[in-house]
Design a protein around this ligand. Structure first.
Ligand SMILES: [Zn+2]
Length: 165
């Protein structure tokens, strides 16, 4: 099995295993912290043992799950070669820029010269929309697929607070 992989596929496999290891270490660490707090009222040996066991379980589950998900994603839907599909292109096209504004009441002044007045927040921004094309290609059969999605960003944000009756 291993010997039939091309250098590209071996590289992809190592990349996936590396990422799965990083995720597993992070999850294991998080589980360890949570378990350590959860077992805070237990006897010391039980606290050490429980924390170690749960952290180890979290590590293995996260490793297997991440490797499985990434492995499935890297499998070519056309020729079903393993570890062959990688992102080969990422293109963003500007679609539109729309000015937006909003007014909202954020509070009320309780004292001072503006006592009793409402505090109004006036916000304005530009909503920019982009079309995102991500291309993923197979290193074994050369097939490529492009998925299209939209991305929205808020720019030129301006916020101003005023008092009003
Ligand atoms: Zn393929």
């Amino acid at each position: 099995m291993e010997s039939s992989l091309t250098p590209e596929q071996v590289g992809k496999k190592q990349q996936i295993e590396g990422l799965a290891m990083v995720v597993a270490v992070l999850v294991g660490g998080l589980v360890a912290v949570l378990a350590w707090m959860y077992f805070s009222r237990e006897l010391p040996w039980l606290r050490y043992f429980g924390t170690g066991a749960l952290a180890l379980a979290g590590f293995f589950v996260a490793h297997v799950a991440t490797a499985a998900v990434l492995g499935a994603r890297a499998r070519c839907p056309d020729c079903s070669a393993m570890f062959s599909v990688s992102q080969t292109g990422h293109e963003e096209t500007f679609l539109s820029a729309t000015p937006r504004r909003r007014e909202s009441e954020v509070g009320r002044s309780l004292s001072g010269p503006n006592e009793g007045k409402r505090l109004i927040r006036k916000e304005s921004w530009t909503e920019e929309r982009y079309q995102v094309d991500v291309t993923r290609s197979c290193s074994a059969c050369g097939a490529s697929r492009t998925t299209r999605s939209n991305r929205t960003v808020k720019t030129n944000r301006v916020s101003d607070d005023i008092y009003r009756r």
